[in-house]
Design a binder for this molecule. Structure first.
Ligand SMILES: Nc1nc2c(ncn2[C@@H]2O[C@H](COP(=O)(O)OP(=O)(O)OP(=O)(O)O)[C@@H](O)[C@H]2O)c(=O)[nH]1
Ligand SMILES: [Mg+2]
Length: 389
């Protein structure tokens, strides 16, 4: 056993072993504030930082299409029974009707960002059976499936609903009707019916949900053109930026606040390359996220040789995806004007594409004001008139 006097020494502790003395260095413990209570310490501790998710991890949680089987709740059964009371021999039928089955409803919710939380099947709640004394069964509760705003609902190839407004709802599957109790079958020629009917099964459907991002403007461009850098420069959105192609793997929407309190939603989508319609690169399925955009921003890297060919290639890919998509009102954003070779290529680009070019730098924020003014102009021309109605 270690003698108690040895435990009181400072950083050096001497352990006495029979016939031998050993010196052991003790690392000084950090100074302890004896007066600080646990609550005080917790108050002064920094809150745990929210870990930034990488684009790859974000992509894992992002799902933009889903097949889902929805089934409405079954209606409750009707009941066959007769009123029973002392001294009342023929009380008559009093079996109540069953409750209706619950519907399954899709609801557009702004808090939901992708279809990843949507399950592959849903069953509505069943109605309860009727009771004695003419009591109807309780109806099944509505079952809500929360989907992102901009979800398109298809049955086969037919579009059955477009949930593009927050809070909009669509009844995906109707609940079954409740059965009738024997009271329902009471008639002049049949004063004691025993018939009752079972509840109906709910509607069953297979629906395809497709998310199409809702934004006013859509940015398209080759990988590394600087789309995400530009979105970061003009809005609060924080898509990942890196010098390798295909950094962005899922669409991001940023809100640009203009001086006249107008808010313009701009969508940044993954890069498109030549041959994307043949599934090169990330393919062209991401173009579905700009399908609803009223106007487009073709972002080109001005430091690349012959930058106007990028616009031609992008238009070709858009046209391959959907005829007429490249005809949307658009603006060409020539990015990276801060680089010397880019500035030299600008007159040539203007000669090819004319007035629609806005040259700027997302990194140095040079000429961002012109882009904001042009965005406001496009918004005023193509979005605002519809809002007035
Ligand atoms: N010099 C300069 N570099 C820029 C500018 N804008 C973007 N970059 C750089 O270009 C590279 C690509 O930028 P991103 O914003 O990730 O490009 P992207 O178009 O979103 O690329 P993907 O997501 O892969 O399609 C990054 O290294 C940026 O720092 C600019 O105005 N000037
Ligand atoms: Mg990007």
């Amino acid at each position: 056993m270690v003698p108690s006097r040895l435990l009181s020494v400072g950083p050096w502790m001497v352990l006495g072993v029979v016939g031998r003395r050993t010196r052991v260095r003790l690392w000084p413990a950090p100074p302890r504030l004896l007066s600080a209570s646990c609550a005080d310490r917790a108050k002064h501790q920094e809150p745990p930082r929210k870990e930034l998710l990488s684009e790859k991890k974000l992509k894992r949680h992002f799902v933009d299409h889903r097949r889902v089987l929805v089934r409405g709740g079954r209606g409750g059964d009707g009941v066959s029974c007769f009123h029973s009371e002392p001294r009342k021999e023929f009380g008559g039928p009093d079996g109540g009707d069953g409750g209706t089955g619950g519907h399954v409803v899709l609801r557009a919710d702004q808090q939901v960002k992708s279809l990843s939380s949507v399950l592959s099947r849903y069953q509505g709640s069943h109605g309860e059976a009727g009771g004695r004394k003419n009591c109807s069964g309780r109806g099944g509760a509505l079952l809500y499936i929360r989907v992102p705003v901009g979800t398109l609902v298809k049955e086969g190839r037919e579009v059955v609903a477009d949930l593009s407004c927050p809070g909009s709802e669509y009844i995906a599957a109707l609940g079954g009707a409740g059965g009738k109790g024997n009271r329902f079958f009471l008639a002049n020629d049949n004063r004691a019916p025993v018939t009752c009917t079972p509840g109906q099964p709910g509607q069953e459907r297979i629906l395809f949900l497709e998310l199409k991002t809702v934004a006013h403007a859509g940015m398209v461009g080759f990988p590394n053109a600087g789309k995400s850098s530009l979105l970061r420069a003009i809005s609060n959105a924080r898509p990942a930026v890196a010098s390798y192609p295909f950094t962005t793997l899922k669409p991001h929407v940023g809100i640009v606040h203009c001086e006249d309190h107008q808010q313009i939603a701009v969508a940044d989508i993954p890069g498109i390359i030549r041959g994307a319609h043949q599934n090169r690169g990330l393919g062209s399925t991401f173009l579905r996220h700009i399908e609803r955009c009223r106007f487009l921003l073709f972002v080109v890297d001005l430091s690349e040789p012959e930058p106007w060919t990028q616009v031609e290639d992008l238009k070709f890919e858009l046209e391959k995806y959907e005829a007429g998509l490249s005809e949307r009102p658009h603006l060409v954003v020539a990015n990276k004007i801060d680089l010397p070779q880019a500035r030299a290529a600008l007159p040539q680009l203007r000669a090819h594409l004319g007035r629609s070019v806005v040259a700027l730098s997302a990194t140095t924020r040079e000429n961002l004001e012109e882009l904001l003014l042009r965005l406001q102009e496009l918004h005023g021309r193509h979005v605002a008139p519809e809002l007035r109605w």
